[in-house]
Ligand binder design. Structure first.
Ligand code: PLP
Length: 386
């Protein structure tokens, strides 16, 4: 669904000459999703997962609404600081933190650190003495989501298996780190409250073994239709076992707020009927990478309808953004919106095939703000030598 006012605003932006493809965000939707989270989880500290959409404007928007930032790279930490977050408002997770990263943090300000392995633990203790750390638990579970997103499975590379946690906790304390708590992130796009239960039980059991800790971080992964109120009592129950409960939502906050707008530059029929778009996998990778199929809304009128696959400009068989979409037959240059593109859209866009990054716009209900310029071709070669 596309809010009719937002749809009209998109048409106006196009009429003003905005160059496609571009990303556009409805700030009202982000605001509403933020309010839903805050209402469902009172007293819980919310860290926005920056990877979902790292635009500085959106980071500042969420900080102003009380969010902290969850990051997984040095670049994301720098970006969060640039947006105004303080080290006390940033958590750095991620499976590999080389010495160079830790040295840079010592200079820029040390955030909370998620410890992902023993190697991580020892290196952090050596380079950032006294740092505040959480131990990432690999709960060793099957999870019912796309296999790429199931980070809580025992086979995944993330975190430490439950059996290794008591020893890691002992070591963290012995090495003088400030052990803040345990961290769990089960996967992405989890739609049922029950999906979280088995992981939560692992954390409860571990807390009994390692003793009370100031924080339990239960990660992100909230699917767009997850019933937050059904999950809420279970999350808040952790407050009895730890001083603070933290969550790390990403997709839930921004996915439905964002669209990728593209124009149609042709139609052709092979054994299937295609519309040829000026947006593809370089701009929006999730369809190729995860098989995501975004809903599509035409921003044009037409009486005759057809069923189309939407192909991008890359010479790649995976460069199909949607399949079997019923649409009015477009004219050359008509525009359409790919929905649910606010999360892991812009952030995963790449310069593959020397493609400049699309421009990005935010709509505050009345006017458009250009929050990122379209990438420039000369910048694609910057830093290279002939
Ligand atoms: C550690 C961690 N926290 C939070 C998130 C955010 O997940 P989501 O956008 O599904 O809420 C991710 C996503 O990969 C993650 O790896």
């Amino acid at each position: 669904m596309l809010d009719p006012r937002f749809k009209d605003a998109l048409k106006e932006l196009l009429a003003e000459g905005a160059e496609t493809p571009f990303y556009a965000y409805d700030l009202g939707t982000i605001q509403a999703q933020a309010e839903r989270l805050i209402a469902a989880f009172p007293g819980v500290r919310l860290f926005y997962a920056v990877k979902a959409n790292p635009r500085l404007f959106l980071l500042r928007f969420l900080r102003e609404r009380g969010f902290s930032a969850e990051t997984v790279s040095l670049g994301e930490v720098f970006r969060s600081y640039r947006a105004g977050f303080l080290p006390d408002e940033v958590l750095l997770n991620g499976p590999v933190k080389p010495p160079r990263v830790l040295e840079a943090l010592a200079e820029a300000g040390v955030p909370f650190l998620g410890v992902d392995s023993t190697a991580d633990l020892l290196r952090i203790a050596r380079r950032l003495p006294g740092a505040r750390v959480l131990l990432r638990v690999n709960p060793d579970l099957p999870v019912s989501t796309h296999p790429h997103l199931a980070t809580g499975k025992g086979e995944s590379q993330f975190g430490m298996l439950p059996d290794a946690i008591p020893e890691a906790a002992r070591k963290a304390r012995e090495l003088g780190l400030e052990l803040m708590g345990l961290h769990l992130h089960l996967g992405s796009a989890l739609e049922a409250p029950e999906d979280f239960e088995a992981g939560y039980r692992v954390i409860e059991r571990l807390l009994e073994e390692v003793g009370p800790l100031p924080v339990v971080d239960l990660g992100g992964g909230f699917g767009l239709d997850l019933d937050l109120d059904a999950l809420s009592p279970r999350v808040r129950a952790f407050k009895a076992r730890a001083g603070e409960v933290w969550l790390e939502p990403g997709r839930f906050l921004v996915a439905r707020a964002g669209v990728l707008v593209a124009r149609v530059w042709g139609e052709k029929t092979t054994r299937r009927r295609y519309l040829l778009l000026d947006a593809g996998m370089s701009h929006f990778l999730r369809p190729a990478l995860y098989g995501a199929r975004p809903p599509v809304v035409p921003l044009y009128e037409g009486s005759e309808e057809g069923v189309f696959d939407l192909a991008g400009p890359a010479c790649e068989s995976t460069d199909v953004l949607a399949r079997d979409v019923r649409l009015p037959v477009p004219k050359e240059g008509d525009a359409l919106a790919l929905l649910e593109a606010g999360a892991y859209g812009s952030s995963m866009a790449s310069p593959y095939l020397d493609t400049p990054h699309p421009a990005e716009y935010a709509w505050d209900g009345e006017r458009w703000l250009r929050i990122r310029e379209r990438g420039r071709y000369p910048d694609l070669f910057a830093g290279e030598r002939l």
